[in-house]
Design a binder for this molecule. Structure first.
Ligand SMILES: [Zn+2]
Length: 262
């Protein structure tokens, strides 16, 4: 009781400066500035590039870059990231991520499940949507509140102290599976990323109905010997396909022009 009261007091103290609303109008508590989040995203991306094998396959790189570029070119300007860096990691992992600061990582294993450019655009759009909706800021803010020992400040971000916070930060950014600290996105965040991501890929000219096929493929793959890593941080819920279908039906008439990436 005391703890929850204390937390409430803390919440109301910071609430005034930290409250924001997500793209679907949900209230969010964000304790970090966009600049802080971009710094964390860039630092974590550098770490990933050091730790993971990068694909040198020209065709695969051209394909992923083409799909990512088509999607990122429709990210609203106010998101603040003009140039997106896209890296293809050579790994059987069925996984992908996007980070604040305009960073995208795609694992070659994802291409076995996301079977065409529309399905790959679905995943990339979904990952970018997590960034646009400030989900990692929200998750990191919650960790900071839940754990008094984790006091990440702007001053710490650029310094050698960063190492202390690395695992919590990586988890909040959705990279935890690489570093053994899993923090699955919540259902609300997943739904939000599905809807915002779908709009983004549809605007880019990809076929939104393929998003349903993507999640069906993901479900199929989860019955295999190696379930997709993506599902451990992006859990699927029973109404996901239903919700996506409803959203597809309500989309304005975007032209499916497929940027011809394959
Ligand atoms: Zn997700």
């Amino acid at each position: 009781m005391y703890n929850s009261l204390k937390r409430l007091t803390l919440l109301s103290a910071i609430g005034l400066m930290a409250c924001s609303s997500s793209p679907t109008g949900r209230q969010q508590l964000l304790l970090f500035s966009d600049q802080d989040m971009s710094t964390l995203g860039a630092q974590s991306f550098e770490q990933m590039k050091q730790d993971q094998k990068i694909s040198t396959n020209r065709k695969t790189n051209a394909y992923v870059q083409c799909v990512a570029k088509a999607v990122t070119s429709h990210v609203p300007a106010q998101a603040g990231f003009k140039d997106w860096e896209v890296v293809v990691f050579d790994s059987e992992q069925v996984n992908a991520f996007a980070l604040p600061g305009g960073k995208i990582g795609v694992y070659t294993g994802l291409l076995d499940v996301a079977k065409n450019q529309d399905q790959l655009a679905t995943v990339i759009g979904h990952e970018i949507a997590h960034v646009l909706a400030d989900h990692s800021n929200e998750r990191l803010s919650q960790s900071q509140l839940a754990n008094a020992g984790l006091q990440i400040t702007s001053a710490a971000l650029g310094s050698s102290q960063y190492a202390q916070y690395q695992s919590a930060t990586m988890a909040a950014l959705g990279l935890g599976i690489q570093y053994g600290v899993l923090l699955p996105y919540g259902r609300t965040q997943e739904s939000e990323a599905d809807l915002v991501g779908l709009e983004l890929m549809a605007k880019a000219g990809f076929d939104p109905t393929q998003s349903v096929e993507l999640w069906k493929n993901m479900a199929k793959a989860s019955g295999g010997s190696q379930p997709p890593e993506l599902l451990s941080t992006h859990p699927s819920h029973s109404t996901r396909i239903q919700d996506l279908s409803a959203k597809i039906a309500s989309l304005p008439n975007y032209n499916i022009k497929r940027p011809n990436c394959s």
